[in-house]
Design a protein around this ligand. Sequence first.
Ligand SMILES: [Zn+2]
Length: 251
Amino acid sequence: MKHLPIISGENVSRNFKKYIRSALHRVPAPIISALAEDGWQIQLSPKAETLFAPSSRVAASFASASGTSHKRLRGATCMSGEHVVAFFESYIDDSGIIQQGPGSWITEDQIVHEIGHAIDRKTGEDTGTSLSDSPDFIAAYHRDLAGLNNRERIHFNYFIAKEKGNITQDQYARREVVAEGFSQLLLGGQKNEPTDNNGTLLLSWLAGTPQNSVRPFREAFSHSLAALENELSPRWLTPATQSQKTLLEPT
Ligand SMILES: [Zn+2]
């Protein structure tokens, strides 16, 4: 068992560090330890551009549907190269105003989501096939996609390949389902519904007719989640209740 280093840049508040640590405590000890063994680090920065320039070629993934520009990144995981998961304390909104504060815009599920990306990549490095590329998961994912109604296809846009038949896009989308599924499995699906750019829950679907309604992520992607749990459980989720408080590097 090994400590997972949390490297904190200048001007990162104590509150933010505390918030990240407490969210990481939701991840089972064997996962934290295994990432540490592989040299993974958590990096905390004031804002995204201090770590990833807009022109950066670092393969990053994005913690939220609204975080698709570098400036708005909340968290990112390198999917090649460095073993880094990064979290950012602030971002610049559309009006150019700096939004800041733990909990007010980065949520626990987004933090665990990024660890999901890391474990996806780690599995690929260990076995040659990442969780998101395993045949069982791919089959389950496409089964879920086939079952989405039109409103769900819009609602879960982030988890659907943008161009049909483009393998890279499909892999990108599958990675997002693995990361979000990981977060849902560990946190029980709390606070995980997509939000709009202001962080407000998108509840407009409540007015929809039954055949047009939007199911929660864990129902819409139920086959994907089951396949993911099957692959994660034997290796990572037992014993799920083990505490890893001692495995995060002491502050
Ligand atoms: Zn992601």
